[in-house]
Design a protein around this ligand. Structure first.
Ligand code: IMP
Length: 392
């Protein structure tokens, strides 16, 4: 029986984690954020209504779930309470029973936001103060939540009831065999250590971040699942080998509604990059992957999968974060026939067109990780389950 599941982005973020976490939350007891802050934007569509969560775990949309924000995150109290109010306006209750904040998380201060706005342009940050808050933490001059609520800060009183010792609480949940979802933010290639540095975020969005960001042991993590878009997108600056420029990129951006959930910026679009997916599977130890937004590829003509980077006459089959190679390589592509049918109403694998099945099979074969879910639209019902054994 699956006890807990980590859901991690395997590309540059925006893989559709919000929808999947929301879907899986139904059967979970606890949903946890372990890294990042309100740079994330998890878009969820419930009953046709769109909700965007930035910091609060997506489990908040289901009644009776415990949502945990771990010590590895950075918290802007003003944004947190604006998010809580927004949810409450939509009839979603947020109480100290449904939301827990780690006393050891670090606070994003107004000066961090100012600094990010001034200096984040080169990287193309979200301007939310994430980098400067983590910089303060690492250089040991940061402000932890526990110290923030002890002093007379603007949101101290409001924040205090939500603040707990999260590692202790997680241990209790694990001992009680609660079903836990670890909600990744950003993606493998935005990880501070394993991403395309310096075009990355300032935390570990890969699997190790779960342990350090919540205070739990590695052996407690049961299933690790990678969320993988059927193509690739990137927002912000940095290398993007399979980027599609021109009309086709525009068309995919429109159909896929590829605009940043936090900043509204247009995302760059690219072909499926098998090197990235293999790399993410290796770094995170994926047991399975979930392919999202397959519906966006309907009617787009021939599809391409990148299987190698040709650099100085040699074909490289393993991803590298070396920007010299990423920016100057030639891409080795496999071409596959696409499909015309609208697949957004498919509820079973058998209902997918043969070419869509072939596309999925090819990905599975190259990445060498089974696909457990295929998502064909933003709604909860647009979810095709292939392998239940990786899920609750
Ligand atoms: P920061 O996290 O705001 O410092 O931004 C650093 C980089 O990560 C920029 O390229 C951002 O666009 C990117 N980034 C941060 N959060 C997300 C996210 O949730 N989705 C996609 N990109 C993100």
């Amino acid at each position: 029986m699956t006890k807990n599941i980590a859901i991690l982005g395997s590309q540059f973020g925006d893989e559709g984690k919000g929808k999947i976490i929301d879907y899986l939350s139904e059967k979970a007891d606890v949903v946890c954020r372990f890294a990042g802050g309100n740079n994330a934007g998890h878009t969820i569509v419930v009953d046709g209504k769109q909700v965007i969560l930035h910091l609060i775990p997506s489990g908040i949309l289901h009644k009776g779930k415990i949502n945990v924000v771990g010590n590895g995150t950075v918290i802007d109290p003003k944004v947190l309470f604006a998010e809580i109010e927004g949810l409450q306006k939509n009839g979603i209750e947020v109480t100290p029973e449904s939301l827990v904040i780690s006393e050891n998380a670090h606070v994003i201060l107004p000066e961090h936001v100012d600094e990010d706005k001034k200096t984040g342009g080169k990287i193309g940050t979200t301007g939310r103060g994430i980098g400067p808050a983590y910089a303060a933490k690492v250089s040991r001059r940061g402000l932890r939540v526990v110290n923030y609520i002890d002093k007379n800060h603007e949101y101290s009183e409001k924040l205090r009831p939500f603040v707990k010792d999260v590692s202790l609480l997680m241990d209790q949940f694990l001992n009680e065999n609660k079903k836990i979802l670890f909600e990744g933010a950003q993606g493998t290639l935005l990880d501070i250590d394993h991403g395309t540095y310096p075009y990355v975020t300032s935390s570990n969005s890969t699997v190790g971040g779960i342990c350090t960001g919540l205070g739990i042991a590695p052996k407690k993590i049961d299933k690790v699942i990678g969320i993988t878009k059927a193509y690739v997108t990137r927002v912000g600056n940095g290398p993007f080998p399979t980027e599609i420029k021109g009309e086709l990129g525009e068309s995919l951006r429109k159909v896929g509604k590829e605009f940043g959930a936090t900043t509204g910026r247009p995302r760059s679009i690219g072909w499926f990059d098998a090197l990235i997916s293999k790399y993410a599977a290796r770094i995170n130890g994926f047991d399975a992957i979930i392919i999202t937004k397959l519906d966006v590829l309907s009617g787009q003509g021939k599809l391409k999968i990148c299987t190698g980077y040709k650099y100085k006459g040699k074909v490289i089959e393993n991803f590298t974060t070396n920007s010299e190679i990423l920016e100057n390589c030639e891409l080795v592509y496999e071409e596959l026939d696409g499909w015309e049918e609208d697949i957004s109403k498919a509820t079973k694998y058998e209902e997918l067109p043969e070419n869509a099945k072939r596309y999925l099979k090819r990905i599975e074969k190259i990445v060498k990780v089974p696909i457990c879910i295929v998502s064909v639209g933003p709604g909860r019902k647009q979810t095709i389950i292939l392998k239940k054994e990786f899920l609750f």
